[in-house]
Design a protein around this ligand. Structure first.
Ligand code: GDG
Length: 487
């Protein structure tokens, strides 16, 4: 990392979402810092590169989508102690086609292996190109020689190459947060689109995915779509090479480990425990999404209740679904399906004194989330497809007591690391039902052994190490680069 500090000028982040939410206040604007994994990771990287929020060192520039209603806001007010935001204002119609259309209504379902949910619209692709171009304009207004630009996620696949064309000498990193599917899925995209998207990503010097499988799928598509050669984990272009690798994202372990023990969290936990009464608790939390496998999860729980009448009255499934993308028809449908299934199960098994599922459709505060992570006996995480899944990692990191059992889908990227979870296939409702029984009856010694193993892993492979590893790959890429030149 020392090399980075000496080699690069500043770190520029480009992601669809800005690191804080901008709210209109009576006098000017109010900036509410977001606390996602990416924000924590970027802060740590900045520290490693010799930047920090202090007045003597530069802040991190972050280019992201800005609501057009904020166009009139004074640019100098869009910064806090850590970040300077550069909003990309997109007309509603462009943002709709780019974000709601191409990104969420095509790439998201396709790359999560739901091709029948994917909508292929020429106008969406045009808006996607236009929006990526608008990000480029904002970026080129900010960029200085020697900056390191790190671009994130599936909304900005075209941007790395656009930037390479505009500023060929720039150091560009690109990280993909969702699964990268097999070529058979990529092949569903019109030829010109898939060429543009794969070629777009290859504008970067380093391309990162959560798992080795996703990286391999990408390499296969590079070969099939663009017929480019590769050597080991490098795609060879005429004038340079691109390093492709697996960089599984971690979490800020201490934030969850220590956060779960604060007085505020303990108070909420006590309140929830008294509300839930003397039952064991299963917990899940996800954004509303068909890829999260929520209906199969409910069916697995129903099967458990059917097969284990002695557990009736003694178990509560606290299931929180966080509102997301509810303008898209499939999301409205999945919400209706979830709510019907919850209603049916509660109607079938519930009594005056016992509700089998406590369901809510809302966002939890961070202390509420920690209270539920730390009070539950079982976390039931069953996506049908998930790039990584941070919820399962956060649950384990929160369990300072080394108690509780994680049930995890083999289709989450995280399953490759969380090997001491009870790994299930989410569509196999019998396997889910049996895992619930096994988890609820697991002796404390085994819970502790499994938890300790996973906690050690998360502590070592935290989000700071993730960013360190990604940035270190630039050093390797630079070495490869010079090797190519001398070959
Ligand atoms: C994408 C990929 C990949 C959730 N509900 C609440 C809440 N959360 C927080 C969690 C966690 C985050 O949101 C969700 O992260 P996931 O990884 O589980 O899922 P996606 O949002 O789909 O993220 C995914 C990720 O990118 C990172 O690369 O792992 O595969 O799909 O941090 O804690 N936070 C609060 N209240 C909630 O109700 N406060």
């Amino acid at each position: 990392m020392k090399i980075l500090k000496e080699t690069y000028n500043r770190l520029l982040i480009v992601a669809y979402r800005l690191p804080f939410t901008i709210k209109q206040a009576n006098e000017g604007v109010e900036l509410v810092q977001n606390s996602g994994g990416l924000v924590s990771a970027v802060l740590s990287m900045a520290e490693q590169m010799g930047q920090s929020g202090s007045s003597t060192t530069p802040k991190i520039h972050w280019i992201g989508y800005g609501d057009p209603t904020l166009r009139h806001v004074e640019a100098s007010t869009l910064e806090n102690e850590n970040f300077i935001a550069h909003p990309v204002f997109l007309e509603d119609q462009v943002n709709k086609g780019f974000y709601e259309g191409f990104s969420n209504d095509l790439i998201w379902p396709l790359f999560h292996y739901f091709p029948t949910y994917a909508s292929f619209r020429d106008s969406d692709f045009m808006n996607y190109q236009q929006a990526n171009m608008r990000f480029l304009e904002e970026l080129t207004a900010v960029i200085e020689p020697g900056d390191l630009v790190w671009i994130h996620d599936f909304q900005l696949m075209l941007l790395p190459d656009m930037l390479r064309q505009a500023k060929p000498e720039t150091n560009i990193g690109y990280f993909f947060h969702i699964p990268f599917p097999t070529y058979e899925i990529i092949k569903l995209l019109p030829r010109t689109w898939r060429q543009a998207l794969i070629g777009g990503i290859l504008g970067a010097d380093v391309v990162g995915f959560h798992t080795a499988d996703y990286a391999q799928h990408f390499m296969n598509s590079v070969s099939e779509v663009l017929a480019l050669p590769s050597i080991e984990q490098r795609v060879v272009l005429p004038d340079r090479s691109v390093t492709v690798g697996a960089f599984p994202i971690g979490i800020d372990f201490n934030k969850f480990d220590l956060g779960g023990q604060t007085d505020e969290v303990l108070d909420i936990k006590k309140r929830y425990e008294s509300l839930l009464g003397d039952t064991s608790v299963i917990f899940s939390v996800d954004r509303l999404d068909y890829a999260k496998g929520i209906t199969y999860r409910l069916q697995g729980y129903e099967r458990f209740l059917n097969q284990n009448p002695d557990w009736h009255d003694k178990i509560t499934f606290v299931m929180t679904v966080v509102p997301s993308r509810d303008k898209i028809v499939q999301y409205q449908e999945i919400k209706r399906e979830i709510e019907e299934t919850v209603g049916r199960i509660n109607g079938l098994f519930g009594t005056i004194g016992w509700r089998p599922i406590v369901y809510s459709y809302m966002s939890l505060s961070f202390p509420e989330l920690l209270a539920l992570y730390t009070l539950c006996d079982v976390a039931l995480i069953t996506p049908i497809r998930d790039g990584m899944n941070l919820v399962c990692k956060e649950f384990v990191a929160s369990r300072h007591d080394c108690r509780g059992v994680l049930i995890l889908s083999e289709l989450a990227g995280a399953a490759q690391e969380m090997t001491e979870a009870l790994i299930i296939n989410p569509t196999d409702t019998q396997e889910v039902a049996s895992a619930i029984k096994k988890a609820l009856t697991m002796d404390p010694g085994e819970q502790e052994r499994r938890m300790k193993f996973m906690r050690d892993h998360l502590q070592n492979h935290n989000v700071f190490r993730w960013s360190y590893n990604f940035l270190s790959a630039f050093d390797d890429a630079a070495t490869n680069h010079s090797r190519l030149e001398t070959d």
